[in-house]
Design a protein around this ligand. Structure first.
Ligand code: PLP
Length: 432
């Protein structure tokens, strides 16, 4: 391919060879219109497209890049590991070190299994929960995303207390029937399911801070209420911390909210930008996994040395850098406050939800966004314009209203202030 190719030309070419031109759908800009940027490289808080443009990046590869792109220590660790061979399919010291590091940072985890993606982590955790309890039903929440495994590609059935229906062709009705859906921040909707199906519920899976419908903050007592129901009925509580793990606090949302799950799924940050997932939790449950126990799960490349090197280096930096999360909080608050002031100055309706370095600007007339229904009332057309205007101003946001933005340790105050100025400019254009 010629070096002078543009993103537009590159997308046309890619579409001939890759379904929709992309290897993950939301990358295609389908939700906002326009042409996706083809990225040539990334460094610290910036990404550079093949057209020669520079952007301040708030996608951060959808979460992993909490240290910023191409962190020198992470790159060095990958290079060192690569020089020793890229995969052996046999145990390495790095894997034990990784497991110890995870346990130190997430104390509810007694034992942890590495996999290759968040999807694999949630899929495997659900199988384990079912194997451990001998039950089949799983409760998920509308608007939460747990990867593309069949059991989670389910939407609410018609009417309360019904089993789910497939949210994608190819998911069988049989699978849908073992997934129940409840409403985020609505403990009663969970109680009703337990009243009716309690003894059959193997697990409840939840994003403890919702990030995949845009950021929605769990209300006081919601998570603890779910914990109590799971304990009462002997169901496994799975916190899907693929996004929130090592993001909203060193120990994830469970640390921040003080609610302890039985199993935790991890991904994104844990791989330092390489493909990694993990799931872990109580010893008694994890002991049911093969080869120790009867629940089967395996992976040719699981615990891959390059991935372990990148992830472990990232986690150690997060653990050892005492002020890191306070620094992120300060930067993200600066962005939130700046954007709030833009909205106020322009008398523009909108809601910003933020937890630590995760945030979403919702285009809505509502005063708050606390449920999936609130999220669904947002003006996606307005968002699409805001997205495009931001891109024109050198700000790269996730190309959908229903996503989180991420501030990294590499964003400078200057980057944040430029983003606020760009936001003001974009909102002003939107008003016209
Ligand atoms: C991203 C994400 C997943 C899926 O992870 P992949 O690595 O994309 O398979 C699962 N759960 C949550 C909460 C996520 O944010």
């Amino acid at each position: 391919m010629a070096r002078y190719i543009t993103s537009i030309e590159a997308f046309e070419e890619a579409k001939k060879h890759i379904p929709g031109g992309v290897n993950s759908p939301v990358r295609s800009f389908k939700n906002v219109g326009g042409n996706p940027l083809f990225i040539a490289s990334a460094k610290a808080a910036k990404v550079y497209d093949i057209d020669g443009n520079e952007y301040i990046d708030f996608v951060g590869s959808w979460g992993p890049m909490i240290l910023g792109h191409s962190h020198p220590d992470v790159i060095l660790a990958i290079q060192k590991a690569a020089a020793k061979g890229t995969s052996y399919g046999a145990p390495t010291l790095l894997e034990t070190e990784m497991a110890m590091q995870i346990k130190k940072m997430v104390p509810s985890i007694d034992s942890v299994r590495m996999v290759n993606s968040g999807t694999e982590a949630t899929m495997s955790a659900l199988r384990l929960a079912r194997g451990y309890t001998g039950r089949e039903l799983v409760v998920k929440f509308e608007g939460c995303y747990h990867g593309h495994n069949d059991s989670f590609l389910i939407k609410a059935g018609s009417g309360a207390l019904t089993h789910g229906t497939p949210d994608s062709p190819g998911v069988t009705r049989g699978t849908a029937e073992s997934t129940l859906t409840a409403k985020y921040n609505d403990l009663d909707s969970v109680k009703q399911l337990f009243d009716r199906y309690g003894e059959q519920i193997a697990a409840v899976i939840i994003e403890p801070v919702a990030g995949n419908m845009g950021v929605v903050v769990p209300e006081k007592d919601f998570l603890q209420g779910i914990r109590n129901l799971c304990t009462k009925y002997g169901s496994i509580l799975i916190f899907d911390e693929v996004m929130t793990g090592f993001r909203v606090a060193r120990g994830g949302a469970q640390e921040r909210w003080g609610v302890i799950p039985d199993l935790t799924t991890l991904g994104k940050i844990i791989g330092g930008g390489l493909p990694v997932g993990a799931y872990g939790g109580k010893q008694e449950i994890m002991d049911k996994l093969a080869p120790k126990g009867p629940v089967y799960q395996a992976g040719t490349l699981s615990g891959n040395p390059l991935a372990m090197a990148a992830g472990l280096t990232t986690l150690k930096i997060l653990e050892q850098n005492a002020g890191f999360y306070d620094m992120l909080e300060t930067k993200a608050a600066r962005l939130e406050n700046g954007l709030k002031k833009c909205l106020a100055d322009l008398d523009f309706p909108g809601v910003i939800n933020r937890v630590g370095s995760m945030f979403t600007l919702f285009f809505t007339d509502e005063k708050q966004v606390r449920s999936f229904d609130d999220v669904m009332r947002c003006d996606t057309n307005q968002f699409a314009h805001f997205f495009k205007y931001s891109l024109d101003n050198g700000i790269y946001l996730a190309p959908s209203q229903f996503e989180a933005g991420f501030v990294s340790g590499a964003h400078t105050d200057r980057d944040i202030d430029k983003t606020i100025d760009a936001g003001y400019n974009a909102l002003e254009r939107l008003k016209k």
